[in-house]
Design a protein around this ligand. Structure first.
Ligand code: HAM
Length: 434
């Protein structure tokens, strides 16, 4: 094999997850499984690529996501496929394909997995990123929105994020949405000359998407624009009022804002974001809302639905508490190669006795002194280990231990050390798990 001259790097906008970072993601996902599972949500996994038309017909042709951020390619048979930029469309596609009419309602699903958007990479913004999301289908009332938001707060609370506040808006649907779009066009049209090409297209084709514009001039024009909430029909207004009534009773702090419209076309009625003072306002860590029309748009029976997706990368970057479970490390240190087999046997025995401990054997045969040095590193810098190490014990195995079938156990926190017969491991280790 020829030498690789230029070292290959990860593609722009991607990032590798190695321990301990990867373990933090796993711990967040384990928390999601536990919290969402306790609410009756089961995990769904859909393909990472789908037919391109799925996203055009759900997220929407004129959204930034579909318009300029999709990884679209032809496969070897000339089919147009797209790496999923989000997961709601895929989940709904999967349910419609399975026969959603025969699935008992409500349908409660959650997912965690990679999504792909061709965006300009910057802090917290990647081309491959991970989302943790939830979809509740079949519940038309605001109680569904409230359950999802309260569960979201419970989940983030478990991760140590407690200073949370939701921003909630309600987007008109049907004829009311058309009236809102017309009013928006009337407001913006006199300024059309100062809009960029993208925003002029939005003005004509899908004026709600003007709210997604990052152009300061467009944002200025929108300042005095008509507000979504003024256009709600009676049923929509009642839904929104009901939600506002439920949220504080479930401990969900929120503010109402007519300014959030979110960059996806399938939303109807409720849309929300959640911010945390600690996270800062720059990057939204999550977005969600109701999408009562999507199941029918994708060929299923009319089915109300609501959900959210959290940007997992942003979430983990913002977390200050370590959600990995604390564990005791047993560093099993054979003095030399002659003790390797003995060490592997003792390590296995400790694992059987303490299933939650981390037991690793130093198999470099570099002597007890060096092995102890490495173990002390983890005692001093627990964050260097894949696991969250709360305490370190060293198990020292020299020729004396091997010959006499004994074990020398040293607690690195106290320095206490004792040599005892291997057969005494069960009682000596009792209570040392954490
Ligand atoms: P979204 O608002 O497009 O919604 O994305 C949700 C979250 O994904 C964002 O708030 C952000 O944290 C994260 N995210 C988006 N783009 C990137 C990126 N380039 N890099 C890092 N993180 C990113 C949805 O995707 C909807 N499917 C949510 C939903 C579920 N609505 C109803 N059900």
């Amino acid at each position: 094999m020829g030498a690789v001259t230029a070292r290959i790097q990860a593609p722009k906008g991607t990032h590798d997850l190695l321990p301990p970072e990867s373990e933090k993601f796993a711990a967040v996902e384990a928390t999601a499984r536990r919290v969402f599972g306790a609410h009756g949500y089961g995990e769904v996994r859909t393909p990472t690529f789908e037919s391109t038309e799925l996203f055009a017909g759900s997220v929407g042709e004129t959204t930034d996501i579909v318009h300029k951020e999709m990884y679209t390619f032809l496969d070897r048979k000339g089919r147009s496929l797209t790496l999923r930029p989000e997961n709601t469309a895929g989940v709904v596609r999967a349910l419609v394909e399975k026969g959603i009419q025969d699935v008992p309602k409500p349908i409660r699903l959650w997912y965690a997995g990679p999504q792909f958007r061709y965006e300009q990479p910057q802090a917290g913004r990647y081309r491959e990123f991970r989302q943790i999301g939830v979809e509740l289908l079949g519940v038309p009332s605001a109680a569904g929105d409230a359950e999802v938001l309260a569960m979201l707060f419970a989940f983030l609370g478990e991760l140590g994020l407690t200073d949370l506040i939701a921003t909630v808006n309600c987007i008109p649907k049907g004829e009311a949405r058309a009236a809102f779009s017309r009013a928006l066009q009337e407001h913006v049209r006199p300024h059309a000359g100062s809009l960029g090409a993208d925003d002029r297209k939005r003005l004509d084709e899908n004026p709600l998407r003007l709210f997604d514009s990052k152009d300061p001039e467009t944002r200025r024009i929108l300042e005095g624009a008509p507000a979504t909430l003024e256009f709600l029909d009676d049923a929509s207004r009642a839904h929104h009022e009901e939600l506002k009534n439920l949220l504080p009773r479930l401990g969900v702090r929120f503010v109402e804002s007519a300014g959030i419209v979110r960059g996806i076309d399938y939303y109807t009625l409720t849309v929300f974001e959640v911010a945390s003072e600690r996270l800062g306002a720059q990057n939204a860590i999550l977005g969600g809302g109701r999408y009562d029309g999507l199941v029918a748009d994708l060929g299923g029976p009319p089915t109300p639905a609501v959900g959210f997706a959290i940007g997992e990368d942003r979430l983990v970057e913002a977390m200050t508490s370590d959600v990995r479970p604390p564990r005791t490390l047993f560093a099993v240190i054979p003095d030399g190669p002659a003790e390797f087999l003995y060490a592997l046997g003792v390590a296995g025995e400790i694992r059987r006795l303490l299933p939650d401990a981390v037991v690793e054997s130093d198999l470099l045969g570099r002597g007890i002194g060096k092995g102890l040095g490495r173990a002390s590193q983890f005692a001093a810098h627990p964050d260097r280990h894949a696991a969250r190490i709360a305490r370190v014990n060293a198990v020292l195995l020299g020729s004396r231990e091997r010959e006499a079938d004994t074990v020398t156990l040293k607690d690195l926190a106290t320095g206490a050390q004792a040599t005892f017969p291997r057969a005494q491991l069960p009682e000596r280790l009792a209570g040392r798990e954490r």
